[in-house]
Write a protein that binds this ligand. Structure first.
Ligand SMILES: Cc1cc2nc3c(=O)[nH]c(=O)nc-3n(C[C@H](O)[C@H](O)[C@H](O)COP(=O)(O)OP(=O)(O)OC[C@H]3O[C@@H](n4cnc5c(N)ncnc54)[C@H](O)[C@@H]3O)c2cc1C
Length: 237
């Protein structure tokens, strides 16, 4: 079946922190189709890097700040140094730019018995983590732990959704091997936690390290979900 594309227009651009930018989009059609569940993401179609011929490519971004009444939603972009189509587009785009997005309706499921939700990832997972926290009232989990590996730390104004179920939000300083510090922290959290649900996303090797810890703790298949969001040194087509 052909995936439907929706026209969207860039409404505004705002820098929230160092190399972290929120772009607000306007689109009655897309907003009507978006559901607002945790981690909901879209594929955006942006000009291919260096392409003069109008070729476009797609990249995944997480929906945050869905405002149905205004026909608006936000995406937040890590403005990474190594050039990529989406990152460069986000660095230079102005309000009024028109593009298309498509939707990916993959809703995560958490078993009712999971009382402790552990959200782990890098900066690309921040929007998804905030989307979980925006939905926390409706989750059966009694407590939520956030583990974010990023060199910026928390002091620079990154958006951090608050909720009373969040018992710990840790910004973890990376070590030279991506994801090692994060995986170590996850290992510590999972000691003696039989009812945890782990959600993890970010760079591929970082996510693999999370999976190794999850496996070592023998979490049942329904008690975790992990996803690669980007690959170090490679375009994520
Ligand atoms: C479901 C899903 C949801 C996502 N949500 C978000 C989101 O909300 N916000 C967000 O910023 N990203 C998000 N991502 C990740 C984003 O799609 C990737 O980072 C993507 O590779 C960026 O595309 P690009 O065209 O800028 O770079 P690419 O062309 O894919 O890559 C070019 C180069 O840039 C490097 N690179 C790519 N991303 C990063 C990065 N974050 N840091 C450092 N180097 C990088 C690559 O390793 C490569 O060397 C999500 C991905 C998925 C699959």
């Amino acid at each position: 079946m052909r995936i439907k594309n929706y026209p969207v227009t860039v409404h505004s651009v705002k820098d929230l922190a160092d190399s972290y930018r929120r772009i607000t989009f306007h689109s009655p059609e897309a907003v009507e189709a978006l559901e607002g569940f945790p981690t909901e993401w879209v594929r955006i179609w942006v000009p291919e890097l260096g392409s003069a011929g109008g070729k476009i490519v797609q990249r995944g971004y997480t929906v945050t700040g869905l405002r149905k009444e205004l026909n608006e939603f936000d995406l937040e972009f890590v403005l990474h140094d190594i050039p990529g189509a989406a990152g460069e587009w986000a660095k230079t785009v102005d309000p009024g730019f028109e593009l298309e997005i498509s939707l990916t309706p993959a809703r995560p499921k958490i078993p009712a018995k999971c009382r402790h939700l552990v959200l782990a990832g890098d900066l690309t997972a921040l929007s998804a983590i905030n989307s979980w926290l925006g939905y926390a009232d409706e989750l059966e989990a009694e407590k939520i732990t956030v583990l974010l590996e990023d060199a910026h730390g928390s002091s620079l104004g990154f958006p951090q959704q608050e909720h009373e179920k969040v018992t710990s939000w840790k910004w973890i300083e990376p070590t030279p091997v991506l994801g090692t510090a994060l995986a170590g922290e996850l290992d510590r959290i999972l000691q003696g936690e039989p009812d945890a649900f782990v959600w993890g996303a970010g760079e591929k090797d970082l996510v693999k390290r999370l999976r190794t810890v999850i496996k070592a703790h023998e979490l049942p298949r329904e008690a975790y979900f992990t996803q690669f969001y980007w690959i170090f040194g490679k375009a994520f087509a």
